[in-house]
Design a protein. Sequence first.
Length: 163
Amino acid sequence: MRRLQEAEGREEREAASAAEKARRAAVEEEIRERARQEREERKAEEKREAGLEAERRERVVTFVKEKMREIGAVDLVDAAWKEGKDRVWVERLIRASGLMQQLQKEGGHVMITGRDWLVRIDEDVMARAYAEAEQLGERNGGKVGFEEFGGILERAVLGRAAA
């Protein structure tokens, strides 16, 4: 009799255990599915952000290249601000893209100033700077210091950019 009761109870327990296992398996499958969906959404978002970043980089490089060809100087802070980035980002981008070397091959010397301008110093700029330095030298007994010449050179570069 007791064995019959235990057997009857065992079947109920086994049925309850099987039902619990099935419920847990369903919950675990739901969790795995949710995690898979989240991974896919993250991948899609990262891909979209990477595309936007690539577009942003291309816009900045194109903007800088056009400004350099037009006027020979570009304010990197201005270029960065237009894209919501900082000047360090633009400076690294310009160096990494090879734009400085490309512009250098077109003539003159291309450099980034202490005030975050990308400038091309060519024969025209140097001729203006030397003419102004010569006038300053005549007024100062033939002496022009490095700091004074740097200021003259800056005015010549920015004067061309403003023109």
